[in-house]
Design a protein around this ligand. Structure first.
Ligand code: NOJ
Length: 713
């Protein structure tokens, strides 16, 4: 092979160098005009201009404010690598990129063909959300690479003021690849503190633990949240997970590396991660990187990386608060299956529906209305138990102006659910049901590809199929036991909320005694950064007599499991309605418990679940969290505070209020003696007149919190 050509293919810079050198030498020697030399000169001229093109290819891209910069290079072996700087400081050292398929290893052997740049600055409106308007402002760089096999690969980078993202695009067509690995690395230049859960945490229902990243020995679920030594915060996750396995990460040789969730065969792990047909693009990998915590929480990178809304006409998608025949099953005063304590009976549902209407709440969930709960082997989604009169209840719902939220627990049998899907959704639609809570209780689900991880490619396909089918029937989904959210709700806003969290129900039955107070003060910065959460706040009675007797046959005790309970004050439960974002927000306790504290329940009646703007006022991961949010389309603001075990006094400047206006503040706060364990029901409700220049000073008890409604006077 010609000398410069050989180098140009291997490395554009060396190629350029040798081409120039040869050209220069020939000119210097004043070559005579015989044909051989003419040809050679022509060839060299071609290389000269080609190398200028390649040399001119841009290998870096910066954020619109120019303070975050991503640099890309090819190593001597032709391996793509990237590095990230913010404020001139190195945040990510050179980190590898690449994919491995069974058919070929796309880790190295690349050369650069060309690059493209784009900028974007647009503002789009959400159907529902923490914000009505979202600005997507970024710069994009695409490197067009060619592999030694002839395969093409594009690396697309987007840099925002608050972070960066990239994805792999394989633009060839009609080629099938079996992806066996992804070599994506994140080599942080420092050793941040990391909050994470292990990748095999069932349904993501774990307590997030904090440790230096270098000390994390497990493979971890995506996302992870990081606090850098210089006070910056980072959030590492993926966006637009579609027809690909979920990303996990693990520490090795000083870098976080990607581990894609594998396919299983007969329940055993295989080396296959994904089957793809080209052209194909992976989900986006992104890192939010900000100088403080409020900026991390305010980042909308994940939503911006998802495709715009794919549903024509979204007026049927409505944020709602709901009550439900639910908590009773978890505290064992009711059952899902038929019997003397059956929860979802016509009579009980009617009671719930009337209560819901009287308290200005929009909907009621009913679990255990359908056949299949005796043995969980086969659930029917169209056949009610005979003590559930669907036509009557659906008529009553219409009459009262209250929605019924359906429940489709699959017991992890996604294949069975898919077979019933169209019929089930037509049935619900026929009865005026526009929202369904789905469930997949089984550590490994059964898809049409056999037993699979729910976050493997087959599970991801199933969930997507459910959302798309539900959209056809104008049904919104509250997905329990989901794959970790990645912002798909921008494209399918009928995917309204998801579990994927150690939720309130653990406080009803967990043998470890319930989640510590610091659990809820960690979630807004970890799981909830990935999207709306169906945590089910709003417990008003903290003792669970039904569950105090644990399976070991003893009353809860230190040796044999603790009696479970909610580790919070009543005011903390109210604060959750503002701090935990969900457009379908459940008030989970029984009506009779709410009626023990009707004055506090008033806040649940008033608080909306769709927002114009949202601001993290203050917080420390795992310690406390204070959010303020403005009701969508209204002047009213709400503030919520939640606290860990350490009592503290916090200051809340009301600068978000419109200046010159007066507001009536209705404040729900912990009483002087409040404590999650000894005095959870000690609270004070008071009103004050406030304005934008005022700073509120409030004390949060151990496990305490507060909630405030600010209405313009
Ligand atoms: C687990 C869900 O998280 C819970 O909300 C539901 O009640 C049960 N599964 C039964 O479907």
């Amino acid at each position: 092979m010609h000398f410069p050509l050989f180098y140009a293919l291997k490395n554009p810079f060396l190629g350029c160098f040798f081409a120039y050198m040869e050209f220069f030498l020939y000119l210097c020697n004043r070559i005579n005009h015989n044909a051989y030399h003419m040809k050679r000169i022509l060839l060299l001229l071609v290389f000269f201009f080609a190398s200028i093109l390649v040399y001119g290819a841009k290998m870096s891209v910066s954020s619109p404010d120019r303070l975050t910069e991503v640099f890309v290079r090819l190593s001597d072996q032709g391996q793509p690598q990237y590095q990230v700087l913010q404020d001139g400081q190195r945040m990510i050292d050179w980190s590898a990129l690449g994919i491995c398929a069974a058919e070929m290893d796309l880790r190295d052997g690349f050369s650069l063909l060309s690059s493209d740049e784009k900028t974007a600055d647009e503002t789009w409106q959400t159907v529902w959300g923490e914000e009505r308007l979202i600005r997507d402002q970024h710069n994009e760089l695409t490197l067009h690479l060619t592999h030694r096999s002839g395969m093409k690969m594009d690396l697309v980078f987007r840099v925002f003021d608050d972070g960066w993202a990239f994805r792999y695009v394989l633009p060839d067509s009609n080629i099938r690849l079996t992806i066996t690995d992804e070599y994506t690395e994140y080599r942080f230049a420092s050793d941040p503190q990391a909050w994470s859960i292990p990748w095999r945490t069932e349904y993501y229902e774990g307590i997030w633990t904090k440790a230096p990243m270098s000390a994390k020995t497990d493979t971890l679920c995506s996302p992870i949240t990081l606090e850098l030594p210089d006070g910056r915060y980072a959030f590492l996750h993926e966006a637009a997970l579609t027809d690909y396995p979920a990303q996990n990460v693990y520490m090795q040789d000083g870098a976080l590396k990607t581990y894609l969730t594998p396919w299983l065969a007969n329940g055993q792990t295989t080396c296959v991660k994904a089957y793809v047909t080209l052209p194909f693009a992976t989900p986006w990998r992104f890192v939010i990187l900000t100088r403080n915590l409020p900026a991390m929480v305010a980042s909308r990178i994940m939503l911006n990386l998802n495709e715009p809304c794919a549903i024509d006409g979204t007026s049927w998608i409505k944020p709602m608060k709901f009550l439900g025949i639910w908590w009773g099953m978890h505290i064992k005063t009711m059952t899902w299956e038929q019997g003397p304590k059956h929860g979802a009976t016509t009579k009980n549902m009617e009671r719930y529906m009337r209560f819901t209407k009287d308290h200005h709440i929009q909907a009621v969930l009913a679990e255990g209305w359908n056949k299949g709960w005796e043995d969980w082997k086969h659930f029917s989604f169209t056949e009610p138990y005979d003590d559930w009169d669907m036509p009557y209840l659906s008529g009553l719902a219409k009459e009262l102006g209250v929605q019924i939220i359906g429940h489709n627990e699959t017991g992890g049998n996604a294949a069975d659910y898919e077979e019933q899907l169209e019929e089930a959704y037509a049935y619900h639609q026929h009865h005026g049901i526009h929202a369904i809570k789905t469930g997949y209780v089984a550590p490994i689900i059964r898809t049409k590809d056999g037993l699979q991880w729910n976050k493997g490619q087959s599970g991801v396909r199933h969930y997507r199929h459910v959302i798309e089918t539900a959209a056809k029937y104008r049904i919104c989904i509250d997905n329990h036991e989901p794959v970790m959210p990645t912002g798909l709700q921008r494209t399918y806003p009928n995917l309204m909320t998801q579990e994927g969290v150690r939720g309130q129900e653990w406080n009803a039955w967990s043998q470890d005694g319930g989640s510590p107070c610091s659990h809820v003060t960690t979630l807004p910065f970890t799981r909830i950064m990935a999207g709306p959460v169906d945590y089910t706040p709003g417990v008003f009675a903290f003792e669970n007599p039904g569950n105090a007797l644990n399976p070991t046959g003893t009353r809860g005790s230190a040796e044999k499991g603790k009696a479970p309970r909610v580790h919070s004050t009543l005011m903390n439960q109210l604060g959750l309605f503002v701090c935990f974002y969900s457009p379908l927000q459940m008030a989970c306790d029984l009506p009779e418990n709410y009626m023990k504290h009707p004055d506090a329940f008033k806040f649940i009646e008033d608080v909306p679940c769709d927002w114009e703007r949202s601001i993290l006022v203050d917080g420390r991961i795992g310690e406390y969290c204070i959010f303020t949010r403005q009701q969508r389309g209204e002047a009213d603001w709400f503030i919520g505070g939640i606290n860990n075990e350490e009592p503290r006094t916090v200051e809340i400047p009301l600068t978000m209020l419109e200046s010159g206006k007066k507001y009536k503040a209705t404040i729900y706060r912990d009483g002087k003696k409040a404590h999650w364990e000894t005095k959870p029901y000690d609270y004070v409700i008071e009103t004050r007149t406030v304005h934008a220049g005022k700073t509120l000073k409030l004390r949060m008890a151990s496990g305490g919190g507060f909630a405030i409604k600010l209405s313009a006077i």
